[in-house]
Write a protein that binds this ligand. Structure first.
Ligand code: B12
Ligand code: SF4
Length: 477
């Protein structure tokens, strides 16, 4: 009996169409690499990132050229299963374009898509020409393995199938296989990269209105503290990184894990910056004292300073306590000279002049602290499909007069970054009032800069607010 050749998987990050080129690109796509690392234990896997290797096209002519290059790439590449990661909705058009080119070239190859957009809108991948065979929602590891296991028996299914990816438990957590991105890395970043993101855990027990994470199973799963520290050290050393960002949906949820991880991390005395995002409830004074010993930036998805908005965002059931806790932790962090950042969302559905005033009153109170290490990252609401707001849009429309004016923007041939921001939060914040938050923020720009301690000011100018480099306080101007 002849032994069957193992099916090979080409895992592609498709790039985005109509997404401005000046906006940052993510150098190494962590979700795709982790997925590839799992599959590579069983099947030959190739990692490809078309955003870097081909480009991010913005005009019909550039898209034509992109498609030509994709065709050439697929003609030259040996594979049995094309696995496309439509990780964000921004990649919807590119995903379909690549799938169609592949189908045109190879009527018999299996095409699979997975990622957040297939989870938000699985039916949008079942097109009249039925080019895609499997649409995987949630986590991809076990579902893709099952498809590859059956490849020689089933080939292409007669009809497109929507598959719910089973939960990946800790037993199935694998180490990151950085060798899979080695040639991609050397080709695209000959001078190296400064930062890389890594996940140490999966799952989030919260249900924020604007986030898609709650569509997945919420169970928190994590590498052991020792393994986690090893992973952080390994990636930093391998790529000689300036910083490593832990990009977990919910970093440090279990206190015993967090304390052990932080202790071991500090013990290793990293020379690089460590960045993570968490909630103020997940830190205490003991952690903060310990963390003062390494180069660290902590981000908080604070989102709003208005109790009504925090309730609506489903960020917390006890907004007053949540805000108090943030203030306490932020002051402790500043006392220990630890850089931290509050990420804020303005104009979320239901936002009104009253809630904006509440948020800026909260910010004003925090801005009374001199020599602060707290930086503010203020952002307008971006509407992405798949979250609670998207599923309950009628509630927001009827209750607040919210208007989702850009419809299914991910299908439009227009600037996607602008389209996803076209949105009216409430009757009161329509027309000229739409930019009210930006005016209120501009009134505080100088204060947000001047209350920072010199080290925090310099850090913020280098990393986030480049125009601050012209300020007299910036060293060696
Ligand atoms: C980390 C993260 C980032 C990091 C990415 C770092 C990196 N190196 O890749 C950073 C901060 C850079 C980032 C940026 C952005 N992000 Co982001 N991010 C996340 C976050 C927190 C990840 C969650 C996580 O824990 N992943 C762990 C891994 C294991 O799970 P996973 O990513 O889901 O991957 C699994 C599945 O998706 C599936 N899968 C993925 N690909 C494929 C392919 C196939 C074939 C199959 C079968 C399965 C499959 O299997 C994977 C492994 O299990 C999520 C969710 C959140 N809470 O906010 C948002 C999220 C993904 N981001 C989102 C957005 C919108 C963005 C930005 C556009 C934001 C912006 N304003 O610029 C950019 C776009 C970046 C880009 N690539 O162009 C949205 C996407 C929503 C949507 N409908 O598109 C999310 C869901 C947040 C939200 N609003 O709900 N992000
Ligand atoms: S925003 Fe953060 S805390 Fe909220 S559901 Fe998403 S991952 Fe969880």
């Amino acid at each position: 009996m002849t032994k069957k050749r193992l099916p090979s998987i080409l895992l592609v990050y498709p790039s985005c169409f109509y997404y401005p080129t000046h906006l940052e690109r993510v150098e190494i796509k962590t979700s795709q690499l982790w997925l590839a690392s799992y599959l590579n234990q069983f099947y030959p896997v190739t990692y490809a990132d078309f955003e870097y290797d081909i480009g991010r096209p913005n005009t019909p002519t550039q898209i034509k050229r992109f498609k030509r290059k994709v065709r050439q790439y697929l003609e030259e590449q040996a594979f049995d299963i094309l696995a496309i990661s439509c990780w964000t909705s921004l990649s919807y058009q590119a995903t379909l374009a690549i799938a169609r080119i592949c189908r045109d070239l190879y009527p018999d190859k299996v095409i699979v898509v997975g990622g957040y957009h297939p989870m938000a809108r699985p039916e949008e991948f079942i097109t009249d020409d039925k080019v895609i065979d499997y649409i995987v929602t949630r986590e991809g590891e076990l579902a893709l393995k099952a498809i590859a296991d059956e490849f020689h028996n089933t080939g292409r299914p007669a009809e497109p199938q929507i598959v719910t990816g089973p939960l990946v438990t800790e037993d199935n957590f694998v180490d990151y296989d950085w060798n899979l991105v080695e040639s991609f890395y050397r080709r695209n970043f000959p001078e190296g990269i400064t930062n890389n993101c890594i996940y140490l855990s999966r799952g989030c027990p919260f249900g924020c209105s604007f986030c898609m994470e709650p569509l997945k199973e919420r169970r928190w799963r994590v590498f052991s503290p020792k393994e986690s520290v090893d992973h952080v050290m390994e990636v930093a050393e391998r790529f000689d990184l300036y910083s490593v960002a832990i990009a977990d949906a919910c970093f440090g949820m279990r206190p015993s894990w967090r304390k052990e991880f932080l202790r071991l991390m500090v013990e290793r005395q990293p020379k690089f910056w460590v960045v993570f995002e968490t909630r103020a409830e997940y830190l205490d004074e003991e952690d903060i004292k310990l963390l003062a010993n390494i180069k660290l930036e902590i981000q908080f998805g604070l989102e709003s300073g208005s109790p009504d908005m925090l309730r609506l965002m489903k960020k917390t059931r006890q907004p007053e306590k949540y805000l108090r806790r943030f203030s306490e932790i932020s002051h402790l962090l500043s006392d220990h000279k630890i850089l931290h950042r509050a990420n804020m969302i303005f104009n979320h559905p239901g936002e009104t002049p009253k809630t904006l005033n509440e948020t800026f009153a909260f910010i004003d109170r925090e801005l009374e602290t001199e020599n602060s290490y707290l930086m503010w990252a203020n952002c307008g609401f971006m509407h992405f499909p798949g979250c609670e707001i998207d599923r309950n849009s009628q509630y927001y429309e009827q209750t607040f007069g919210s208007r989702f004016i850009s419809g299914d923007w991910w299908k439009d041939e227009k600037n996607q970054h602008e389209q996803c921001k076209k949105f009216i939060p409430s009757r009161e914040l329509d027309g000229d009032n739409l930019k009210m938050w930006e005016t209120m923020q501009a009134e505080r720009d100088a204060r947000m800069r001047d209350t920072l301690a010199p080290r925090a000011f310099e850090f913020a100018a280098r990393k986030y607010f480049y125009d601050w480099k012209d300020d007299y306080r910036y060293p060696n101007r």
